[in-house]
Write a protein that binds this ligand. Structure first.
Ligand SMILES: Nc1nc2c(ncn2[C@@H]2O[C@H](COP(=O)(O)OP(=O)(O)OP(=O)(O)O)[C@@H](O)[C@H]2O)c(=O)[nH]1
Ligand SMILES: [Mg+2]
Length: 355
């Protein structure tokens, strides 16, 4: 372990001394890729040495999983207690919570699992506190709530940095890169858009990740860092909302992307739940039985972008039996009972009957 971080430090030192211009881009790309590879290895080795377990494996339940991330004493446990059935210990000292505490929030028709975890401190990405375990819970989330309190606004930035170091990208799209590996024929690089580096840079990075043959297509403009991310299996992309707690104690400075709440005094909680719902991009679809009139008795929770086919798969594919269309009412239907192909995307409030 120690020598992996030492190797990373050495390459970072070389990078600091390397001037940035066109001629050095290929080299910089290869070095960044090398660092990414070493970090992959670091995570793999730390997994083998134990460290996980100890109350850190919680089964995902419900329609989506939200993880509360914040420094010690931000009020994460107070919040989960106020919005779910959980009874997580609350106290005025740091590291009150020492494992993962699950709770279930019912919102609209959805069951949203909320996970309360120990406070995250600087250095968590390299294992400080219960950093590794906390990061691995965060990786499994559908949404992160990044949370601090009014006295520590600067923690939002620190938390995002720590998560980024652990390979968790916050509110970013997955780089639009197509990587097709082949067994022979060398590497060819295509880009739909002009990049600030040449094809050799891309080839160097691919080589670092062990890809010697294949086709790589860059479908958007990408920095070298985002390009390296595209090759690394360690990187995950998480939608996140930023919450500032204890708004009852201090005149708040309004920033449009921060949500001010008081978990204890229950201020801003409805808005908080609404925002979770919005970011999770969940939609409610109502199933209508074969012989029934359209009704709202049987809700099922899907995700934006899901199709009628995925609804059928979720409830059991015997509903399909070779059929290719379904009838829909409500949102998304041009008229009641419209027949639609199964590739049709679901909409919130749509009623569907599989024929
Ligand atoms: N004034 C005020 N105090 C709060 C609020 N929410 C939580 N607290 C207090 O903040 C302290 C820490 O709360 P916890 O919920 O234990 O914080 P935590 O983030 O779970 O802390 P760790 O488990 O140690 O990471 C407790 O003394 C709470 O009573 C709030 O909205 N306003
Ligand atoms: Mg706690």
């Amino acid at each position: 372990m120690a020598d992996i971080s030492q190797q990373i430090e050495e390459i970072q030192e070389i990078l600091r001394k390397t001037p940035h211009h066109k001629a050095t881009n290929g080299f910089i790309g290869a070095m960044r890729a090398k660092i990414a590879r070493l970090k992959d290895k670091e995570v793999e080795t730390s997994g083998k040495g134990g460290g996980s377990g100890g109350g850190f494996t919680v089964k995902k339940q419900g329609d989506a999983t939200v993880v509360l991330i914040g420094p010690p004493s931000a009020g994460k446990s107070t919040l989960i207690n106020s919005i779910t059935n959980a009874e997580s210990k609350v106290a005025a000292y740091a590291f009150t919570t020492v494992s993962v505490i699950p709770g279930m929030l019912k919102y609209k028709e959805a069951y949203i699992q909320i996970l309360d975890i120990p406070g995250l401190i600087e250095g968590a990405s390299i294992g400080k506190g219960r950093g590794r375990e906390v990061m691995s819970v965060a990786r499994g989330a559908d949404l992160l709530v990044i949370m601090t309190d009014v006295e520590r606004l600067d923690f939002i930035k620190k938390l995002v940095e720590e998560l980024e170091k652990a390979g968790i990208r916050i509110n970013k799209n997955k780089p639009n890169v197509k990587i097709e590996k082949k067994i022979a024929g060398g590497l060819s690089v295509h880009s739909n858009i002009k990049q600030d580096y040449d094809n050799e840079t891309v080839t160097n990075i691919a080589n670092e990740f062990g890809i010697k043959n294949g086709e790589i297509t860059l479908k958007e403009k990408l920095s070298i860092d985002r390009l390296v991310d595209a090759f690394s299996n360690r990187i995950v992309y998480k939608p996140s909302i930023f919450v500032v707690n204890k708004a009852d104690t201090k005149q708040k400075k309004e920033y449009s992307d921060l949500l001010y709440i008081s978990a204890e005094k229950r201020i801003g909680i409805e808005k908080f739940k609404e925002t979770i719902w919005e970011y999770l991009k969940l939609v409610t679809v109502y199933l209508v039985g074969r012989d029934d009139k359209p009704n709202f008795d049987n809700p099922t929770i899907m995700k934006e972008g899901d199709t009628l086919l995925s609804v059928a798969e979720k409830i059991g594919s015997e509903f399909l039996e070779g059929k290719t269309i379904a009838k829909i009412w409500g949102n998304g239907a041009k008229f009641p009972g419209q027949e639609m192909p199964l590739k049709t995307k679901v909409q919130d409030g749509m009623q569907v009957r599989f024929l």
